[in-house]
Design a protein around this ligand. Structure first.
Ligand SMILES: Cc1cc2nc3c(=O)[nH]c(=O)nc-3n(C[C@H](O)[C@H](O)[C@H](O)COP(=O)(O)O)c2cc1C
Length: 158
């Protein structure tokens, strides 16, 4: 059982980072190792070797990934690595007032990772900034079910 999660953060104004920090706090309290890596300067090799990942990403522009996530996203699209050994969870931040592109950056990552053979664990947490709820509180609640499912998967694979 690996009991370790790499948390990749794509953000513009920091909300996704707050979610990642909340996730580290909760995971470590459950005796699961967790490490945050901002997406800046990462490429698809961050997934080499496989394992369990948590993607925390917001949407910007008109349905775009944040600037700090662009290199990683493009690398996944162009390098097309085999991600068969990767399992991931997804926290997607957006704002429903952008009705045509709500949560699109999260969707882009979800689609691309799945296309490359990675297996998503659990449902996507999609947070709406116009809902009046705090994304880190939503993260804490969602993480209970997600970490249980993720570790079940580890046990099954062991
Ligand atoms: C200039 C701008 C453009 C945005 N575009 C979108 C969008 O296209 N779709 C969406 O769902 N949210 C959009 N958002 C909302 C952000 O994704 C949301 O506020 C999120 O919580 C920001 O997270 P971050 O602080 O981690 O970057 C936009 C926000 C700003 C300021």
């Amino acid at each position: 059982m690996s009991r370790a999660v790499t948390i990749l953060v794509g953000t513009t104004t920091g909300n996704a980072q707050y979610c990642a920090e909340e996730a580290v706090f909760r995971l470590q309290a459950a005796d699961i190792q967790a490490q945050i890596r901002p997406m800046d300067d990462l490429d698809a090799t961050v997934f080499a070797g496989g394992g369990l990942y948590l993607i925390c990403i917001s949407t910007y522009g008109q349905g775009d990934v944040p600037d700090n996530a662009r290199g990683l996203y493009l690398s996944l699209v162009t390098d097309k690595p085999d991600l068969g050994a990767v399992r991931y969870g997804l926290i997607s931040l957006g704002d429903r007032s952008h009705a045509q592109t709500f949560g699109f950056a999260g969707r882009r990552f979800d689609t691309q990772l799945t296309k490359l053979g990675a297996q998503r664990v659990g449902d996507v947490l999609t947070h709406d900034a116009s809902s009046g709820t705090m994304p880190e509180e939503a993260t804490a609640e969602w993480l209970v079910g997600w970490s249980a499912r993720a570790l079940e998967g580890d046990a099954a694979a062991a």
